[in-house]
Write a new protein. Structure first.
Length: 95
């Protein structure tokens, strides 16, 4: 049974705040979700092969090769400010 206090703790960990009414609603919804998984546990899957992927697609890996495509100047044209060939950003640390 999912209790209101359980939902309140999960909300707190997620930095969320809900009213008592919303906590009650979520508690009921979570309980329905858990009940659904209990129903799925009753399905006989004996002899059914696990499905890891629903399509026949396969990953095709290639070697990751870094290359200089010579686009630095084009990139720097889009930057608000640049210095010594690098994008210059405002300082976020105060001294």
């Amino acid at each position: 049974m999912i209790k209101k206090d359980d939902v309140k703790k999960i909300a707190s960990l997620s930095k969320l705040k809900y009213s008592d009414e919303e906590l009650n609603d979520f508690s009921n919804q979570f309980q329905k979700i858990i009940s659904f998984f209990d129903t799925l546990d009753q399905v006989d899957t004996q002899g059914v092969k696990p499905t890891y992927q629903s399509s026949d697609l396969e990953n095709i890996f290639r070697t990751d090769v870094a290359k200089n495509s010579g686009q630095r100047d084009e990139l720097l044209k889009n930057a608000p400010t640049a210095k010594n060939g690098l994008i210059q950003v405002p300082s976020i640390i105060e001294e």
